[in-house]
Design a protein around this ligand. Structure first.
Ligand code: AMP
Length: 197
């Protein structure tokens, strides 16, 4: 059983790479953003506490995030392991994670700030261009700037902590999806995919 966190700025390909890993190795993909968006779409009690915050591009308070992560991981539906995407995003969240679960590695999708800016602004421009795949209210240029700022202030500094713990696996995420994926497999020293039952 393998327990991974995948982390990197907006537009670094976390979702795509998590999906590939999960599809090929039978891991469960746990995306905090997806869980929160599910609550909003279903107007749950939790949605009432997070909608405004999320729509501004700000981080949801740690207590809420920790409760959601705890409940999700306690489902124990991850026989082969999990890839958590979008968590931890703050130092207290990271400490909460290390206290409760033995992680195997943190995959860091490294993209220079300049490239991140270009990618996310392109995504925002495309999303606001009347395309049918518009699905994120927080992909406007203004809100993306807030989200990037949150990332730089609170999430990126976690690199140091992961490095101290010897868990950081840095991958050059400016490359193509295939090359990045192969680099992840090499760095995690994952053997051929296990047969999925
Ligand atoms: P994402 O889809 O990962 O970009 O997440 C979308 C939004 O969900 C973020 O902008 C935050 O408002 C919220 N969110 C997701 N994960 C976290 C987290 N670990 N801590 C705080 N807020 C989060």
């Amino acid at each position: 059983m393998y327990k991974y966190v995948i982390f990197g700025p907006q537009g670094s390909g976390k979702g795509t790479q998590s999906e590939l890993l999960c599809k090929n190795y039978g891991f469960v993909h746990i995306s905090l953003g997806d869980i929160f968006r599910w609550h909003m779409a279903n107007h749950t009690k939790l949605a009432a506490r997070i909608t405004r915050i999320m729509n501004q591009g700000l981080l949801v308070p740690d207590e809420i995030v920790e409760e959601v992560v705890h409940d999700r991981l306690e489902e124990h539906d991850w026989n082969y392991g999990f890839v958590v995407d979008g968590f931890p995003r703050t130092r207290p969240q990271a400490e909460f994670l290390f206290e409760n679960w033995n992680l195997d590695a943190v995959i860091y999708l490294d993209v220079p700030d300049q490239v991140v800016e270009e990618r996310v602004m392109l995504r925002a421009a495309t999303a606001s261009g009347g395309q049918t795949f518009t699905k994120r209210l927080d992909d406007t240029p203004e809100i993306l700037r807030v989200r990037l700022q949150e990332y730089h202030e609170k999430t990126k500094p976690l690199i140091e902590l992961y490095q101290e713990k010897g868990m950081l696996r840095r991958v050059d995420a400016t490359k193509s999806v295939e090359v990045v994926y192969q680099d992840i497999l090499n760095q995690l020293q994952l053997a051929k995919p296990k047969p999925i039952a």
